[in-house]
Design a binder for this molecule. Sequence first.
Ligand code: SF4
Ligand code: SF4
Length: 142
Amino acid sequence: MKWHHLPKESLNKMVNQSSKIIDKVSELSEQNLYACYQCGRCSAGCPAVPLMDTLPNQVIRFLQLGMLDDALQTNTIWICASCFTCTVRCPKGVDLAKVMEALRQIILRKNEDYTEVKGISEEEMSILPQIALVSNFRKQTA
Ligand code: SF4
Ligand code: SF4
């Protein structure tokens, strides 16, 4: 069934749900997600895109469509290095780095760790730089 064939109540429900999700992320990030018009300048300049499964502007699009779970399931929010390149490139003043942080917070506030400390082998521990491990645990564990 196409969206324009849905009963009015279902459409209203979808719009309300989408607006609640935007409000939640907007409140946490202090950003106006409606301002994004999907120009893609953020993604074009992001140095971490090759490691991401979803482009940064697509993460915002998920949110605009009320698809919070889809946004939370991307690896993009964890790969984001908070370098603020997207923030300075955005013509609409959207601080995407803050949006990524808000999405990480939504997961971490459920006490869900993205990185399993026990999943790191002794060999990896001995090879990886300590500063990388510490910053990883600070960012990706509750
Ligand atoms: S640069 Fe700004 S307006 Fe353009 S897609 Fe990215 S967040 Fe949206
Ligand atoms: S802050 Fe994150 S999303 Fe933005 S350019 Fe840097 S790595 Fe990419």
